[in-house]
Ligand binder design. Structure first.
Ligand SMILES: C[S@@+](CC[C@H](N)C(=O)[O-])C[C@H]1O[C@@H](n2cnc3c(N)ncnc32)[C@H](O)[C@@H]1O
Length: 234
């Protein structure tokens, strides 16, 4: 893949990823969701969700701006960001709930495994990993049944403005037939994002419907809800 059209320099990206198991709990995914639906994970970072779901017989595509870069660079960046991330969490341990992960060693081992599963699968199945720069996606209208989006919208409200949130939601909805699930509704300080209410009004303006669901997963304190947005007429 060429680096000439990279939308964002790799240094500016935080390249980490959750596991398949974390995603299943974050998005309250059922066996039926996984087996019967065409799913997009965007932005998917270094997650192992696509790798493992496809091994289990699912049909998942991953999209992220980082995928303009070669897999070896992503692996190095992922390892670096993992060390920085864990060192940071160690300093603010009280901002996290330590029942899903019992210790930062367990967190480190789990996230390293996610990175390894991701890089192995990206080499074996490159067609599943699509380079894309939101708020635009290189997919057809309604190409996916369900789109998942974790740790991006709301979380980086300090860098991504309300206009970006709306444009991204419109694009995610364009490529989705049934529903988008977004997690979490808080920002990095664990406060409800300043954009939640405006985004909910935007959803109504667009004729979509929504539901806020409690999740089985809470690691960062207060990051325990997902927003499900249903397409019009579903
Ligand atoms: C914190 S990670 C979240 C990854 C994953 N969803 C998770 O929950 O672990 C944020 C991801 O957003 C990607 N990203 C940042 N800006 C983007 C953009 N404009 N378009 C697509 N992806 C973007 C980054 O490359 C990074 O992988």
């Amino acid at each position: 893949m060429s680096n000439t059209n990279v939308g964002l320099d790799l240094e500016r990206i935080i390249f980490i990823g959750r596991t398949f198991e974390e995603y299943s709990d974050i998005f309250n995914l059922t066996k039926e969701d996984l087996m019967d639906k065409k799913i997009l994970d965007c932005p998917s970072g270094a997650c192992s969700f696509t790798a493992i779901a496809n091994q289990l017989g699912g049909d998942v595509t991953a999209a992220d701006i980082a995928y303009y870069h070669p897999v070896q660079s992503l692996k190095e960046k992922g390892l670096q960001d993992l060390e920085h991330g864990i060192a940071h969490i160690e300093k603010v341990k009280q901002n996290y709930k330590w029942d899903y992960f019992k210790s930062s060693d367990e967190l480190h081992a789990t996230r390293s495994k996610a990175l390894l599963d991701f890089t192995t699968d990206m080499i074996a199945n490159p067609q599943r990993y699509v380079a894309a720069t939101l708020p635009q996606l290189p997919f057809a209208d309604k190409q996916f049944d369900v789109t998942l989006s974790a740790h991006f919208l709301f979380m980086y409200a300090d860098r991504l403005d309300l206009g970006f949130h709306k444009a991204t939601l419109a694009e995610l909805m364009r490529v989705t037939r049934s529903e988008i699930r977004i997690f979490p509704l808080v920002d990095q300080t664990s406060e409800r994002s300043e954009f939640v209410d405006e985004v909910l009004s935007y959803i109504q303006e667009m004729g979509w419907s929504y539901e806020v669901q409690a999740t089985r997963y809470e690691f960062q304190r207060n990051a325990n809800q997902m927003l499900i947005i249903q397409a019009a007429g579903v």
